[in-house]
Design a protein around this ligand. Structure first.
Ligand code: DI6
Ligand code: FE
Length: 401
């Protein structure tokens, strides 16, 4: 059988649902043609391939390329000064209410040119890529007006054109209230639903719609309006839910069949049961938990008991998670949230792909999927979670290259 490339002599963690755990194959082979996997599994069971190129992996491990399914990585400026204020005792909430926080990044994002936003984000994305990331979700939400939201989403799309990775975009107009709304959240939500979202959808700039459901942001009722608008344009939804308080965001997300509900530190059992029934993925974001020095952990045992798939993401953003390492994020998920190595690895592969609605294309090593691989210089997969500030990535393969 002819194919473009074969990787052999590798140990695989296929992450395929059909196999137990992480789907370990001790003597594995991966074959790719035209950017897709045509075979991944035991070398002994593989058809005889005639490849244009054969790569000897010498016992290295291959996992699916990693998926970072929740970032706000396109933004202007940074928030180092607010970090100093927090070190001096101010809280995230106080800074946000005093006009800092998301709104300070909004000002810098509005002021930045498209090229400047691209240059800034590109460096951060390249850093994530050194951890083996091949698919990245990027949200808007620092523009908070039509032009700046469109600008941010265009930059996100361009990142996927200038860098060898797949970018999935999410419209997050309902992230915070811009100052020109003069405190009128309902009027701003109307603007998001009637003006921003339709324009973004018609321009094809968003793959999904998100909102920040929180007392410092938008209520469940306002969030529901955004979700109804998304539904009118056929866009799937996801939600920043129960990060700082219990507002019922998890159940709300489930009610709209959301791809994911993210954060969830304060989620209750009713919300988690609803997520399980709806097939909504829980995206845990230990970087924000760490950086805000939170003490309330997400209810991991409840998620396990109800069988909710758990994804893990960097939440890379300037305010609450200035984090650009997905492997460090895994170490945090294990250390703070007590996730197992298997849960961590599934959280940045199969379950993260599902949180993006892309499980049919990425997230596991299975025939038919995009040949996105991370090849690692490690002895066992636990090393990907164990180290702090070290990337054992040998090679990243995106769409077969
Ligand atoms: N939750 C978060 O943690 C980030 N956005 C959100 O909705 C915070 C973003 C920021 O502070 O800039
Ligand atoms: Fe976020």
């Amino acid at each position: 059988m002819k194919c473009d490339r074969v990787w052999r002599g590798a140990r695989l963690a296929t992450m395929a649902a059909a196999q137990p755990g992480t789907g370990i194959v001790e003597d594995g082979l991966v074959a790719a043609s035209q950017g897709r996997i045509v075979y991944a599994g035991e070398a002994a069971d593989a058809p005889r391939f005639e490849a244009n190129e054969t790569i000897e992996c010498e016992g290295r491990w291959i996992t699916p390329g990693l998926v970072d399914c929740h970032t706000h990585i396109v933004y202007g400026g940074n928030r180092a000064h607010e970090f100093e204020l927090r070190l001096a005792g101010a809280t995230y909430d106080e800074i946000a209410r005093a006009g800092g926080g998301i709104v300070s990044t909004m000002r810098a994002t509005r002021a930045a040119s498209e090229d400047a936003l691209l240059d800034g984000a590109k460096k951060r994305v390249e850093t994530l890529m050194r951890d083996g990331v091949t698919t990245l979700e990027i949200k808007s939400g620092y523009g908070l007006d039509l032009d700046s939201e469109m600008k941010s989403l265009r930059v996100a799309r361009r990142l996927g054109e200038v860098l060898p990775l797949s970018v999935v975009t999410t419209f997050l107009g309902a992230h915070a209230l811009p100052p020109e709304a003069n405190g009128d959240k309902d009027a701003y939500i109307a603007e998001v639903c009637e003006r921003q979202l339709p324009a973004v959808a018609q321009a094809g700039l968003a793959d999904a719609v998100d909102a920040f459901c929180e007392s410092i942001a938008f209520s469940p009722e306002q969030t529901a309006r955004v979700f109804e608008a998304a539904r009118r344009f056929g866009l799937p939804v996801k939600l920043h839910a129960e990060q700082l308080s219990t507002l019922g965001g998890a159940a709300l997300a489930a009610r709209f069949g959301a791809l994911s509900a993210d954060h969830l530190e304060h989620a209750d059992e009713a919300g988690i049961r609803a997520m399980a029934e709806a097939g909504t993925v829980a995206v845990l974001l230990p970087g924000a938990f760490y950086f805000l020095r939170e003490t309330q952990k997400p209810p991991v045992d409840l998620l396990r008991r109800h069988g909710v798939p758990i994804a893990i993401s960097s939440d890379s953003n300037p305010g609450t998670s200035p984090l650009t390492s997905l492997l460090l994020t895994l170490n945090m998920a294990a250390t703070f949230f007590r996730l197992t190595v298997e849960e961590c690895l599934l959280g940045v592969t199969r379950h993260a792909a599902r949180a993006l609605g892309r499980l049919d294309r990425i997230g596991t090593l299975e025939a038919g999927k995009s040949c996105d691989l991370a090849i690692w210089d490690i002895e066992r997969p636990a090393e990907l979670v164990y180290r702090i500030g070290f990337t054992p990535l040998r090679q990243r393969v995106w769409r077969g290259r």
